[in-house]
Ligand binder design. Sequence first.
Ligand SMILES: Nc1ncnc2c1ncn2[C@@H]1O[C@H](COP(=O)(O)OP(=O)(O)O)[C@@H](O)[C@H]1O
Ligand SMILES: O=c1ccn([C@@H]2O[C@H](COP(=O)(O)O)[C@@H](O)[C@H]2O)c(=O)[nH]1
Length: 201
Amino acid sequence: MLVLGIAGGTGSGKTTVVNQIIKHFPSDEVCVISQDSYYRATDNLSYEERTKINFDHPRAIDFELLVQHLKELKQGKIIEQPVYSFVTHNRTIDTIQTHPRKVVIVEGILIFNNEELRNLFDIKIFVHADTDERLIRRIRRDITERGRDIDEVLNRYQDTLKPMHQQFIEPTKNFADIIIPNDKFNTVAVDIVRTVINERL
Ligand SMILES: Nc1ncnc2c1ncn2[C@@H]1O[C@H](COP(=O)(O)OP(=O)(O)O)[C@@H](O)[C@H]1O
Ligand SMILES: O=c1ccn([C@@H]2O[C@H](COP(=O)(O)O)[C@@H](O)[C@H]2O)c(=O)[nH]1
């Protein structure tokens, strides 16, 4: 099994890069784990209280469960990956059965921040896009796909997202084996990653 970690700030294009990588592999050879699925369940809080959570701080993530699931996949076990709703800011009651595959990809903003998780990756990739580009993408995406308005996105950006990015995400670029510049769609970098995967398999 080859385990890839793909990190990068919000809107850098992690999900897009993952989709470009996996479309060239048969579906029974690759699986994806998203760090977003592992936001802590907060059933004890009201919706109003959940909107105030700092989702860009490492403590918002259930790294214990994420590490446990990745270890179980490595042991050949099937896991029940949680499903998270960005609309309710909470885990849903659903899970996705995720099977161990030859290639396992873990993607998320903070995955290189946790040492135990970081040490489970065979290849570490950081997707980079400029700050203004990421903010533009985030505004578009969160309004069209995540039920937000412009005030929500900009307030969250100023209050938590930007400072947390500088403190907890950008420094982890130093752990990367490969940095993908993704201000524009970077098919060359995706081809290189695919070649590296094929060579290692
Ligand atoms: N290289 C790119 N150029 C332009 N738009 C992009 C690029 N990569 C991703 N996007 C768009 O930006 C938004 C955020 O991308 P996404 O892959 O979801 O980022 P992330 O998973 O890092 O938050 C999506 O709407 C996606 O289509
Ligand atoms: O309920 C939530 C949980 C998280 N967020 C934001 O999501 C991004 C991380 O996801 P990407 O897909 O990598 O963009 C993070 O910046 C959180 O602020 C949210 O808005 N609501």
